[in-house]
Design a protein around this ligand. Structure first.
Ligand code: IVH
Length: 695
């Protein structure tokens, strides 16, 4: 089944169709698990994810013979990410089955009653508490000391995040006397909404990507390899369950929550005991109502059988206990009208369509914008300006448009045509093969990208202009003194008086700045190319280009000629080792934009871009030779060795062949040294090599 075709009722599936769909679901769910648990970057909403799992469960229930060994129903989350040591949970960390309506809830209670063969008069008490949208954690205490904490991972093995957990103030370091000798407290680490919003603000200010929702922010913060970063993130913890314990508790779950409080843990203050379905539903409705005003995100309620002896008897099925269920809240949805579709241009030139909505309240938050992601999404939903749409906030801060209410579509409505030019600067927009995003090509002139590009232009590895850092660039840009890189070099001619009279500036600092700018009127070709900030053209590629074309005039002419894919210049470009078609496309797009050419021409007038000078290698014994490094070098890193060899005119290769001139063999060199010996290639020890390069 493809994601977009409506699913057949499970009863109508042939075994062949069922098997195919189970295979699809196993792969699909595994991919979403990885995105969610390891990359903290979900691609679908929780509701869509639940729907996939439900479909998988329904097919498996109907075709038990077809249950796969890699079935998602046998697995929880994703295996731990690289970077942390692994911890095997002594008792698996379980997940919960979901209930979506009152009927599912009463079926859960009925199942429990049937399983335990309870008399109809017997009261079933349930602990009810909000389902916190965070990440579950196990905390091990021995002799009253917190000794180890782990994420859930795949339920069996998680990541050792002890050091990071120690930075959370809700997690006690020691338990009071009377606590069990050994206990594993389980619960949820989460980030409050306000803290999440301020963290995102800081992320954006620092030029980092904001998190999609508080859950991702909490997970991303807890899984920092550097615990000092975690310490700066305001994380909290609610305790709600336990794993291994030295004395199995008796009595009730509720008693345990009380004990947790006595041991210094936070237990959710909204937890209640209920004795019938009506009570559960009443509490569910009350908390659903409060949901938007709570300081943290919740996505449902959890109901747990209170009596521990019953929990014991009920046990678990595959990945979830029979004694608990999660009653999910529906995604918060609302209907409104799209007044306008705007295109926003991000700092890297990506064009993002945004629906400007008639303000509407969704789950307590007034929403007036929704993202439409990209051109494909607009086409898929056939969203148009003036449409009435259903929007939803599914854990995420930025709501999405779910569907168009076609009955309300105005008669004069026309399909939305995506822009062919940038709404900010008028440059062409370009969509690369295999990419969903369209980008503005006006890199040097587009105001939406300008400031960031300017900062790059003056940065350390580019023009490196003293006294013209990010802060001044921003201020000058805001006041219209520098709008594109060429303006930097005409700043004195155009705005000298203004700068000398600027607040916080004086004659002295202005003179210093003009001098610093003058000092950079001569620049190497490779730095110049890098400074332009063309997409994908980093320092290494800039150097490759400089080495190939030698002069700015040559390079520019070749890039302009390469716009025609039939031209020899295009072949020459993609033949450069290290430059592929996708980089070539970005280079061409840059030169195909007249605004960029204007700036380049102005820059050429102000600057002296020095021709590329091949490194002086004449007398070097390595000039023109091919060198392979193998084994561990003691005196320098591989990276440094490679750079040194290249600076002396050698080519560094990764494998030994007949063309290899020298193999430098460090400690523990293996097959490469053997192959070199077999081919009769000269093998140098590290000492020989050092003598050669230093001599
Ligand atoms: S009880 C064996 N209680 O929801 C029962 N889980 O979808 C263990 N969760 O893995 C879970 N709030 O990460 C429980 N009050 C709560 C919860 C809660 C959030 C999470 C937990 C669990 C997931 C299942």
């Amino acid at each position: 089944m493809g994601k977009d075709s409506p699913p057949l009722p499970v009863e109508d599936l042939t075994p062949l169709q069922a098997a195919a769909e189970l295979e699809y679901l196993a792969l699909e769910i595994a991919a979403h698990d990885t995105a969610y648990h390891q990359q903290d970057a979900p691609v679908i909403s929780d509701a869509d994810y639940d729907a996939l799992r439900q479909r998988n469960d329904a097919i498996e229930a109907h075709f038990p013979d077809l249950i796969r060994s890699d079935s998602p129903s046998k697995r929880l989350g994703a295996a731990p990410a690289e970077g942390f040591t692994k911890i095997t949970h002594t008792r698996p960390m379980l997940s919960l089955d979901n209930a979506f309506d009152a009927e599912d809830v009463s079926e859960f209670v009925a199942r429990v009653r049937r399983f335990l063969k309870l008399d109809p008069e017997e009261i079933v008490e349930l602990v009810c508490e909000p389902k916190i949208d965070g990440l579950s954690i196990a905390l091990r205490f021995e002799q009253g000391k917190f000794i180890q904490g782990a994420t859930r991972g795949d339920g069996t093995t998680g990541e050792n995040v002890t050091a990071n957990l120690r930075t959370i103030s809700d997690i006690p370091d020691t338990l009071p006397p009377g606590a069990p000798d050994m206990v594993e407290i389980r619960g949820e680490v989460y980030m409050g909404r306000d803290d999440f919003l301020s963290l995102n603000k800081r992320q954006v200010e620092a030029g980092d990507k904001p998190f999609a929702n508080p859950r991702n922010a909490a997970a991303g913060s807890l899984r920092q390899l550097d615990q000092t970063i975690t310490a700066k993130r305001p994380l909290h913890f609610f305790a709600y369950a336990w794993g291994e314990i030295s004395h199995e508790p008796e009595g009730t779950h509720w008693d345990m929550l009380e004990k947790f409080k006595g041991w210094g843990f936070s237990v959710n203050p909204l937890a209640r005991l209920c004795t019938d379905i009506a009570g559960l539903i009443k509490l569910y409705d009350e908390i659903a109502e409060k949901r938007a005003t709570l300081p943290y995100d919740i996505d449902g309620m959890v109901y747990k059988i209170n009596r521990l002896d019953w929990q014991d008897r009920l046990g678990m099925v595959s990945r979830a206990p029979r004694w608990a269920i999660a009653h999910k809240f529906p995604a918060e949805q609302a209907q409104t009208v799209i007044e306008k579709i705007d295109i926003q241009v991000g700092r890297t030139g990506v064009l993002t369509p945004v629906a400007r909505l008639k303000p509407v309240t969704v789950g307590g938050v007034v929403v007036s914008n929704a993202t439409l992601h990209n051109e494909d999404m607009i086409t898929k939903l056939d969203v148009r300006q003036g449409d009435t749409v259903m929007i939803q906030r599914a854990g995420d801060v930025i709501p999405q448009v779910v569907k168009v209410i076609m009955e309300n579509r105005p008669a004069e409505s026309k399909p939305y045509l995506f822009l062919e030019t940038c709404p900010v600067c008028g440059s062409h927009v370009h969509r690369e093969e295999g990419e969903v995003a369209k980008r503005c090509t006006g890199g040097l002139v587009c105001p939406a990208q300008a400031v960031e590009r300017l900062k790059h232009f003056v940065s350390r590895n580019a023009f490196d202009i003293e006294g013209l850092g990010a802060k001044n660039i921003e201020a000058f840009w805001k006041d219209g003194l520098i709008k594109n890189p060429a303006d930097i070099f005409t700043l004195k001619d155009d705005h000298e008086r203004e700068i000398r009279n600027r607040e916080g500036w004086g004659d002295q600092s202005a003179t210093k700045l003009f001098r610093a700018i003058d000092e950079r009127r001569s620049i190497s070709l490779e730095r110049f190319i890098f400074a332009l900030g063309i997409r994908q053209i980093g320092q290494a590629t800039a150097r490759l280009l400089a080495k190939q074309y030698l002069t700015l005039t040559n390079w520019r002419a070749a890039m302009v000629a390469a716009i025609d894919p039939e031209d020899e210049a295009y072949r020459d470009l993609i033949d450069i080792d290290g430059i592929g078609p996708s980089m070539a496309e970005d280079l061409i797009a840059f030169f195909d934009e007249p605004h960029n050419i204007d700036v380049l021409e102005r820059l050429e007038k102000s600057l002296n871009v020095a021709d590329f000078v091949p490194p002086e290698t004449g007398g070097s014994p390595l000039a023109g030779k091919t060198v392979v490094f193998t084994g561990t070098l003691e005196k320098m890193s591989r990276g440094e060795a490679k750079a040194r060899a290249e600076s002396l005119g050698a080519k560094v290769a990764g494998s030994v062949s007949k063309k290899t001139d020298f193999v430098v063999a460090g400690a523990d060199s293996g097959s490469k040294a053997k192959k070199a010996a077999a081919l009769g290639v000269t093998i140098l020890s590290e000492a020989d090599w050092l003598a050669m390069i230093e001599g």
